[in-house]
Design a protein around this ligand. Structure first.
Ligand code: GUN
Ligand code: FE
Length: 426
């Protein structure tokens, strides 16, 4: 249950995209379900509230994974020898086909949600599979975990293996409606559906049109993939010759952010018109550097997106990404930006640690509303980290302790407490 409480410790967050604020031995207040700010001494009006003493620990906002695939967890860290299209055919589609079996889904999704619960992620936007029953099992598990999520029953009616291709657009749309209605009847508090056309190669115009209608009717957000890999982009050009660019093939059907939140994963090769359309329509970009390196997609121009003022956050994109860790996503984003700067564009300054931390918190958090910061009025999502599990011969400044915790992946064992939307979930 949501409770009023005060966390005491070393509080670190990024209220602006290049400003890391660190408050040593301070208090962050959660009152009536929202963050009430950071204080050096407890204001009179909060005296008497329960104090949770995390002295010496690092307290950061819960991190936001803007893009991942729950049904691909079982093979993460394997199958990195293909590029996107071959990889989908050889690894992703066969694994996702297994989710026709609800027994398998229950087992696999139990593992996924346990993993997410123990990590630093407090919010996640996820793909499931085409299977409504299995997707509802995932939603039940996520609801129980306490991690806040948007979960999509995937739509695909062409260019996949026969087992993973829905019969036709009408059937796919009908399953989606049924799924959305069932979500509503289960009364989830922290688990919501999201419209999920897999990507243009897997969706006929007829299906896109139906999904555009469903999106509008139920006022739901949208997630998909965009401009990830050269072969994929070429294929989209053939499949949708009337579209001015890849993103336009979504926009034509009302699936590109114009009147509802939309997040597009990757955007490695977005041409100028596509970037402009994302800006105009307020589309969020889920930057997935780990996945982009693993399946050799490329490096997205994140510096450029930040300078243009696009909405952007980070995604782990399991199983293109080998890890669900948002700590890894942060350091992958920094490393990838350095290679981009070194090899591609010397004007694109590498990401700093505060910038990457911002992407993982407030950047992606904005997809959920006021999320990802300890400013007053934000949702109360917090992670308490005990970084002493990795000893140091000398006392490190807090700034270094925080950065080290990310590079050394201390989210694996160092998380001792976690709150999502004002509820303690760990
Ligand atoms: N594009 C379409 N489907 C997928 C997927 O499962 N993973 C990635 N990385 N890209 C995709
Ligand atoms: Fe993906």
């Amino acid at each position: 249950m949501s409770r009023n409480l005060i966390l005491k410790g070393n509080i670190c967050h990024t209220p602006e995209k290049d400003r890391l604020e660190i408050r040593e031995d301070a208090y962050v207040v959660c009152g009536e379900g929202l963050c009430r700010g950071i204080f050096d001494t407890i204001p009179d009006k909060y005296l008497g509230m329960e104090i949770v003493d995390c002295a010496g620990k690092l307290i950061i906002p819960g991190l936001v994974d803007l893009h991942t695939h729950a049904p691909q967890f079982a093979y993460r860290g394997t199958g990195m020898d293909e590029e996107l299209m071959g990889w989908l055919e050889r690894y992703a589609f066969p694994e996702e086909s297994r989710y026709a079996d609800t027994g398998y889904a229950a087992r696999a999704y139990g593992i996924v949600t346990e993993k997410l619960k123990r990590g630093a992620t407090t919010r996640v936007v996820m793909f499931a599979t085409i299977h409504p029953e299995a997707t509802l099992i995932l939603m039940d598990c996520m609801e129980k975990s306490g991690v806040v999520s948007y979960i999509g029953k995937v739509n695909m009616d062409r260019n996949a293996s026969p087992e993973l291709t829905e019969e036709n657009a009408a059937r796919s749309a009908e399953d989606t409606r049924r799924f959305i209605r069932e979500c509503a009847s289960r009364g989830y508090r922290r688990t919501k559906p999201i419209i999920t056309p897999r990507f243009v190669p897997c969706c006929t115009d007829e299906l896109m049109e139906a999904l555009g209608r469903i999106r509008k009717e139920y006022d739901l957000p949208v997630q998909s993939h965009l401009s990830e890999n050269p072969e994929e982009i070429e294929f989209v050009r053939e499949l949708a010759p009337e579209a001015a660019f890849y993103g336009d093939a979504y926009d034509r059907f009302g699936l590109f952010g114009k009147d509802g939140r939309t997040v597009m994963a990757h955007c490695v090769y977005s041409p100028a018109e596509e970037v402009q359309r994302m800006l105009d329509n307020g589309v969020w970009i889920a930057h997935c550097p780990g996945s982009n390196m693993n399946i050799a997609s490329g490096i997205a121009p994140v510096r450029h997106y930040l300078e243009r003022g696009l909405r952007i956050g980070l995604g782990t994109d399991v199983a293109g990404g080998d890890s669900e860790s948002m700590f890894r996503a942060v350091t992958d984003a920094i490393r990838a930006s350095k290679m981009y700067w070194r090899y591609i564009d010397h004007n694109a300054k590498p990401l700093t640690f505060p910038e990457a931390f911002w992407l993982a918190s407030k950047g992606g958090g904005s997809f959920f509303g006021k999320v990802g910061s300890f400013e007053e009025g934000y949702a109360f999502d917090a992670v308490v980290l005990d970084d002493s599990i990795e000893p140091s011969a000398r006392e490190l400044p807090l700034r270094d302790r925080l950065e080290r915790a990310f590079y050394q992946r201390l989210d694996k064992q160092g998380i001792i407490m976690k709150f999502a939307d004002a509820e303690q979930i760990l």
